[in-house]
Write a protein that binds this ligand. Structure first.
Ligand code: AMP
Length: 226
């Protein structure tokens, strides 16, 4: 069974990749942002409260998120899951860990998509012209990005330390299909060879910041033979 988490700042492309991988593996995609946006259509008190929090770019309470996710995971308990946008706080990750161990489940893959803030800004501006999300504008992006740095990055670091073998760094500046190909390759390989390629990719990404040609002299995403 595939139980997967996608991490990344707003606009990094985790939703896009989660959808592609959900189809590829035939595993349910659980986007907490999508679930909350659907709830906004109810126009009741809770919806009004959520709208205020979300349109300002702040995080919705852990209690609300934990109950949404546990309900959905119970429904999908035999199908696996792809979590997109959850867990975003350490309290949520603790809740998820307890939930998984109580239901004799575990995680298999964690993908952390990273991308610099300038590129994020360009993407959010583009997305705001395609979708009408209240939180897709530059002022709100800053709040969302800060929530990510101050809260969610602690969660991804926690998972990186706890599960190094299943944690993969993904370069979010690549094209959509390059990213999904890379993820699919990782999903297909035994962890030790996928991990080796991941370390090479990560080193290449770091070094290419210093020298555009990169230390290894190749663009990992494009040229490496698998
Ligand atoms: P997203 O579509 O994942 O960018 O989420 C959109 C908004 O929904 C976020 O900015 C938060 O306000 C809210 N949200 C989604 N997931 C969570 C979560 N796990 N914890 C708290 N708030 C969330």
């Amino acid at each position: 069974m595939n139980n997967i988490i996608f991490f990344g700042p707003p606009g990094a492309g985790k939703g896009t990749q989660a959808k592609i991988i959900s189809k590829y593996l035939n595993v349910p995609h659980l986007s907490t942002g999508d679930i909350l946006r659907k709830k906004l259509l109810d126009n009741d008190n809770l919806a009004n409260e959520l709208k205020e929090i979300m349109s300002a770019g702040n995080l919705v309470s852990d209690d609300i998120l934990n109950s949404i996710v546990s309900l959905r995971l119970k429904q999908e308990k035999n199908n696996g899951f792809i979590l997109d946008g959850y867990p975003r706080t350490l309290i949520q990750s603790e809740f998820l860990d307890n939930f998984l161990s109580e239901t004799s489940n575990s995680l298999n893959f964690i993908f952390n998509i990273h991308i610099n803030f300038e590129l994020l800004k360009q993407r959010i501006i583009k997305r705001s012209s395609e979708e009408s999300r209240d939180d897709d504008n530059i002022n709100v992006l800053e709040t969302r990005y800060n929530e990510y740095i101050n809260s969610t990055q602690k969660v991804s670091n926690f998972y990186k330390d706890k599960f190094p073998k299943m944690f993969y760094e993904i370069d979010g500046s690549l094209q959509i299909n390059q990213i999904s190909e890379k993820i699919k390759q990782i999903l297909k390989k035994p962890w030790y060879s996928a991990k080796f390629l991941d370390i090479l990719s990560w080193l290449n990404m770091q070094l290419s910041c210093i020298h555009p040609q990169s230390f290894f002299g190749f663009n990992y995403g494009k040229n490496i033979r698998r």
